[in-house]
Write a protein that binds this ligand. Structure first.
Ligand SMILES: [Ca+2]
Ligand SMILES: [Ca+2]
Ligand SMILES: [Ca+2]
Length: 168
C-alpha cells in the first residue's frame, strides 16, 4: 500500500502515521481521536512559522471511572511543545491555552510531555487535548500523540438489571 493510503487511518494495532488532522485550530474544531492509539508524525506550527500559528485540539472519550494519560513525544530542541486538558462540556477550552482554567497541563522545558487526569464520574466524558507552542520564536515541531485509558474504579454495579424497574 502506498504510504499516502494509510494516512489518517489508525490501524487496529496501535498506531497511525501522520493523519490529515487539520484544521483543528480551535476548541470548536477539534479532531476526534481514539483512546489507546498512538498517532505518529503530527505537526505543530507556531508564531514564527511561514505556515502560521496552528494550535492543535483533539477530543478523546474516556470511559467512566478511568484515568486518561496523554503523552506527547518530541525533541524540545526543535521547539518547546506543551499540552493542556479541558473537559469538553465545561466550555473552559480556549486560546491562548495558558490563560484558560485548564484541568492540568504539561509545561516542562524538556523533551516530551505527559499528563494524567481521572474521570471519577460514572459516565463517559469527552476531554479536549490542546497542543501548544511555547515562545514567540517557535517555528514548527513534529510530535507523536498517545492516549491511554486505564480503569481505576470499582464499577461493580454499573446500572439496572433486566428486571428493573421492580422496586415496589
Ligand atoms: Ca497540527
Ligand atoms: Ca492545527
Ligand atoms: Ca514543553
Amino acid at each position: 500500500m502506498p504510504e499516502s493510503a494509510s494516512r489518517g487511518r489508525p490501524d487496529s494495532a496501535a498506531s497511525a502515521v501522520s493523519p490529515a488532522f487539520e484544521p483543528n485550530d480551535d476548541c470548536l474544531t477539534t479532531t476526534a481521536i481514539t483512546a489507546g492509539t498512538t498517532y505518529l508524525g503530527l505537526s505543530r506550527t507556531g508564531p514564527a512559522s511561514v505556515l502560521g500559528d496552528s494550535p492543535d485540539f483533539y477530543t478523546v472519550n474516556v470511559a467512566p471511572q478511568s484515568d486518561l494519560q496523554v503523552d506527547l513525544t518530541f525533541l524540545t530542541a526543535n521547539g518547546d511543545v506543551d499540552v493542556y486538558l479541558w473537559e469538553a462540556s465545561s466550555g473552559d477550552c480556549g486560546y491562548p491555552m495558558a490563560g484558560t482554567p485548564y484541568l492540568v497541563r504539561g509545561f516542562s522545558g524538556s523533551d516530551n510531555e505527559s499528563i494524567t487526569w481521572n474521570n471519577g464520574s460514572f459516565s463517559a466524558v469527552d476531554y479536549i487535548i490542546g497542543v501548544e507552542a511555547f515562545g514567540a520564536t517557535f517555528d514548527c515541531n513534529d510530535y507523536d500523540l498517545t492516549t491511554t485509558v486505564t480503569p481505576t474504579g470499582t464499577l461493580n454495579c454499573p446500572g439496572p438489571d433486566a428486571f428493573d424497574p421492580n422496586d415496589t
